[in-house]
Structures are given as structure tokens and as C-alpha cells.
Ligand binder design. Structure first.
Ligand code: AMP
Ligand code: ZN
Length: 474
């Protein structure tokens, strides 16, 4: 089996993945800030992380996957300025921040389940790990990495020689640019310095006692404290979206490595953004999908529009995780059609002949799929190999990675026409017409009838006994 290779943001190159402990892969992913629904852009990042998790399993590893829930401390600007997103949203929705957090956390996991994203082994909430954060800040304080301003306790980036190594940041350049920003705490020694603990927010609802006064933690310290709590001081893999490279992940590395003296994460794997095509949601030109904007699509909206969430998952598989992906209705429709064809393969191959592949051909196709998956998660190449082989068996074998419910959906697509007694007569009539057209080899008519049935909200497959339809499961 070809070895698993991952693009490591730290080295900006592909590296063979070797966990520090062969019996367990320690994987951490930055989780959602639960002040709103996740949009399908956020979920693209969680789908990519899920694929990585599943490919590690395919390679025989045991994985411990930890993903935090940020329910306090994430300010409207990633660099600590503004207000806590939770507090603003709680006021808007007239809920307590605690109620709000639980509501959106549940909604998040519901959306993940609809996209077949495996639930992380541990999903720690920031508000339940404040003690660990305080301890970590104390460690940094004892080693001289912190200073205090009227706003709170800061991390002093000047004391950290390799600060910015993940993003290749140039601190001298940053010093100039940031002077213009009126929201920045003027007592900060350097614009890159970041808050570990806020003390000067008397109106903040979520607050805790600390050695520095009543307050709450900064967003970055949460990930360091919670990842180390569940995975130890050195993680094998740390994931996130690319927007986290210059600030959030950079600060996680600085504070973790200064506190422990050890490497924080050995492989940094980042996913590219989902953009929105010109006019697809707002009528404006192409741009990235963002929660603070009106170009925001939720899983529920896809469902309300008649799409299967797994079609969105399939759309994500067709782009490499390090390439930007542009959302449009056309792209999602194309993914829906392609996925229905996969689900219909079993019906087409249910005869004695099956997929018609010899054992050698099957083994060759299998090797190609694994090579693509292990080559930095090259899903587009893996999907192309699967499409080329046209084998239900092969799709089914790799569904442990793809997560497309191949077995269940194919079973539904092969249910005998006799099972369709609960279908509306309008649909059974169209099915009979289509069977007659197919018998007469009138493919144009049979295709037109397929479209007609699909437009009524059904998937159409073929079995030896004739047309098989299935209500789209939304
Ligand atoms: P947040 O809940 O804002 O902290 O973001 C959760 C995750 O979604 C992070 O890993 C972000 O990097 C990622 N993310 C945010 N916007 C997008 C987008 N348009 N496409 C892909 N990932 C995104
Ligand atoms: Zn994080």
C-alpha cells in the first residue's frame, strides 16, 4: 500500500505521515464558535477533516479525534478587538449565552450527521475547561512570556524567537500596518501580541475568577489548553481552515511551545475556502462564504431546496481540499446527478455478470484509489478512478472513506417495483410508460420520462424487472 503523504503547512511540502506513537494518531481540529448555524463553507472544512480521519482509519491507524466547541472568548475580530461573538448573538436572540451555545452546538452536530461526518471522540467545551486555561497562562507567566494591560493578560510575541513560523510572518512589517486600527489596545507592546485573559469587560455575562481578576479566556488559549488536556503536549495532526494560519494557529503554537518547551503539532493540515459563485446567493460577484455576511448557506436551506446533503458532500469530494471550491446551484445539481448514478450502479450490476471486472482489474483499480487517497487526500483522483472502474463493489469498499451511504441508498434503488405500492399513481404511470419506452429502445422518450419522474422528487434506477424509483430522502 502506498504510504500516506500529507501537505504540511509548516514545511510547505508533502511529507510522509508517521505518527509519533504507531498505536494512536492524535488529531485536533479547531471547532465551531457556536453563536450561529454553521454554513456550508465551515462544513467543507469539517468534511475535509472527516476524510482525513477516515483515510487514517483506512491505513489501519487508531485515531483519537478531538474538536473543541468555542462557547466563549471568540471576538468579532480574530485579533481580540470588538466584542465576544457569543455575547452579541445572545443579546440579539434574547437568550443567555449558555442557552445559545447549546442550541447551536446541537444544530452543528445535527448538520454534521446529515453530511456523514464522524463525530469526534471528544468535543470539549471552552466554558468547561477554564481551569486548564488558567493553569496554562500561569505557566507562561512563570516563564516570563506575559504582561498585563488594563485590558487583560497578553502574550509577548517578542519573547518567542520563532513566532510566526507557521505563516512565515514578518513581525517588523506588521508593526507598521496595525497602527491604523483604532480598536487595538494601545497598551499592547506589539500588534501581534494577543490576549490570554480578558479582565476589563465588566458587562460580559460569562466570567470566571482568576489570579488576574474576574474575566474570561481569549480564543487562542482555548485550543492549546483543550488539545493538550486530551491529547498530550505534542499532537500528530492539527487541522483547520486556511484563515486560521496567520493568527489563531500561529498563536496556538507560540503559547503551547513556550509553555511546554516541546513541539506542539507535527503536521499542520489546512483546508481551502468555499466561495460563492457570482450571484449564487446575493447577486454580487464571487466571494468567500462568511457568517458575518448575507451570502451564508446552511444545510437546512439545501434540504429545503430539495437537495440531499450527501450531494453537497459529494461535491466537496470532487475538489481537492487545498483548492478553492465555488458553490453554485449548477455545481450542486451536477453532484446530485453524479451521486444518483453511483447509487443506481448496484441495480445495473445485479445480474450474474456483476461489474464485469476480472480480479486483476479490480485489484488494479483498488490500488489506484488507495494511491490517490494516500497522496495528500487526492479525492478527485480517487473519484475519477472509481468512476472509471464503474464497479459497485469498489464504491462500496471505499464508502468507509467516502461516506456516501452507498449500501443503504443502493438497496433503496434496487427495491423491486412491487415495493412501490405506496407511490402515487401518477408516478407508477410514468414508470410504466418509461418501461415501455425502454422496451421499444426509445431512449429519448425514456430519458425524458426519467427527468419527469426526478422532477417530482424521486431518484430513478433500473433493475432487471424495470424502472425503480425512490422518494429522495431529504
Ligand atoms: P468558525 O466557526 O468561524 O470558527 O469557523 C469554523 C471553521 O470553518 C474554521 O476551521 C474556519 O477556518 C472554517 N471556515 C470559515 N469560513 C469558511 C469557508 N468559506 N470555507 C471553508 N472553511 C471555512
Ligand atoms: Zn483552534
Amino acid at each position: 500500500m502506498s504510504p500516506l503523504v500529507l501537505f504540511n503547512t509548516l514545511s510547505r511540502s508533502k511529507e510522509e505521515f508517521v505518527p509519533s506513537d504507531p498505536s494512536l494518531v492524535r488529531m485536533y481540529c479547531c471547532g465551531p464558535t457556536v453563536y450561529n448555524y454553521a454554513h456550508i463553507g465551515n462544513l467543507r472544512t469539517y468534511i475535509f477533516e472527516d476524510l482525513l480521519h477516515r483515510i487514517l482509519l483506512l491505513n489501519g491507524y487508531t485515531v483519537k479525534h478531538v474538536m473543541n466547541i468555542t462557547d466563549v472568548g471568540h471576538m468579532t475580530s480574530d485579533s481580540d478587538a470588538g466584542d465576544d461573538k457569543m455575547q452579541i448573538a445572545a443579546a440579539r436572540e434574547k437568550k443567555s449565552p449558555w442557552e445559545l451555545a447549546r442550541f447551536y452546538e446541537d444544530a452543528f452536530f445535527h448538520d454534521c450527521a446529515r453530511l456523514n461526518i464522524i463525530r469526534p471522540d471528544v468535543a470539549p467545551r471552552a466554558t468547561e475547561h477554564v481551569e486548564q486555561m488558567i493553569k496554562l497562562i500561569q505557566q507562561l507567566e512563570a516563564k516570563g512570556y506575559t504582561y498585563e494591560t488594563p485590558e487583560g493578560i497578553y502574550f509577548d510575541t517578542a519573547k518567542n524567537d520563532d513566532y510566526g513560523k507557521l505563516a512565515g510572518l514578518n513581525l517588523a512589517g506588521q508593526r507598521e500596518g496595525a497602527r491604523e486600527d483604532v480598536n487595538v489596545d494601545t497598551n499592547k507592546r506589539h500588534p501581534a501580541d494577543f490576549i490570554l485573559w480578558f479582565t476589563n469587560k465588566p458587562t460580559h455575562i460569562m466570567k470566571w475568577e482568576s489570579p488576574w481578576g474576574t474575566g474570561y479566556p481569549g480564543w487562542h488559549i482555548e485550543c492549546s489548553a483543550m488539545s493538550m488536556e486530551y491529547l498530550g503536549e505534542t499532537l500528530d495532526i492539527h487541522c483547520g481552515g486556511i484563515d486560521h494560519i496567520p493568527v489563531h494557529n500561529t498563536n496556538e503554537i507560540a503559547q503551547s511551545e513556550c509553555a511546554t518547551g516541546h513541539v506542539f503539532a507535527r503536521y499542520w493540515v489546512h483546508g481551502a475556502f468555499l466561495n460563492v459563485a457570482s450571484g449564487a446567493v446575493t447577486g454580487r460577484t464571487a466571494e468567500k462564504m462568511s457568517k458575518s455576511d448575507d451570502n451564508f448557506l446552511k444545510v437546512q436551506k439545501l434540504v429545503d431546496d430539495g437537495y440531499d446533503p450527501l450531494a453537497y458532500r459529494y461535491m466537496c469530494l470532487m475538489a481537492h481540499y487545498r483548492s478553492e471550491l465555488t458553490y453554485s446551484d449548477e455545481a450542486l445539481k451536477a453532484a446530485t446527478t453524479a451521486l444518483s448514478k453511483v447509487w443506481e450502479l448496484k441495480a445495473r450490476q445485479s445480474g450474474a455478470q456483476g461489474d464485469g471486472l476480472t480480479d486483476a482489474e479490480y485489484a488494479e483499480a483498488r490500488t489506484q484509489v488507495i494511491a490517490a487517497l494516500n497522496d495528500d487526500l487526492n479525492l478527485p483522483r480517487a473519484v475519477a478512478a472509481l468512476q472509471g472502474a464503474k464497479s459497485y463493489r469498489l464504491w462500496l469498499e471505499f464508502d468507509s472513506v467516502l461516506g456516501l451511504d452507498i449500501e443503504k441508498r443502493s438497496r433503496e434503488a434496487t427495491s423491486e417495483p412491487g415495493d412501490s405500492s405506496d407511490l402515487p399513481t401518477e408516478i407508477t404511470a410514468l414508470m410504466a410508460e418509461r418501461d415501455a419506452a425502454r422496451k421499444a429502445k426509445n431512449w429519448a422518450a425514456s430519458d425524458a420520462l426519467r427527468t419527469q419522474i426526478e422532477e417530482q422528487g424521486y431518484t430513478v434506477g433500473d433493475s432487471p424487472a424495470g424502472t425503480v424509483v425512490q422518494k429522495k430522502l431529504l
